[in-house]
Design a protein around this ligand. Sequence first.
Ligand SMILES: [Zn+2]
Length: 152
Amino acid sequence: MQIPTHELTADDLELIEYARAIVEANTDGEAGVHTMGAAVRGADGTMYGGINLYHFTGGPCAELVALGNARASGARELSTIVAVGNLGRGVVGPCGRDRQVLFDYHPGIRVLLPTARGVVAGVQIKDLMPFVTAWSLEEGSKTYDGEQPGTP
Ligand SMILES: [Zn+2]
């Protein structure tokens, strides 16, 4: 699979720093459970943050908390998302659950993603979802008919 990549912009670097500052200020440390921060940018440029909640019943990842924060703050269109690990771990990619939620809510969102070459910025969530099944409230689950990598 070929993932398109681009250089990080000043806005991307600011978003990474926002997520990093959130997790470093609010983590409960090496043996703790609040270990990931996330930040999303609204279409108007506003940043919204989140930190993960851990619970054995399945606490939400930082990305999902950030999405809820953005929605609760009135943002409807989001352009970019990033998650950063505590204790200087840097950018961390979204887990499978986050990817599906991002795809279904914000199919055009850019994801800042760690790679062997460093963090890349040109990846859209659909690029991370080959052969995905899309879900919407109106239509339920259905085969995604948009362009995506990995399609033969
Ligand atoms: Zn996750």
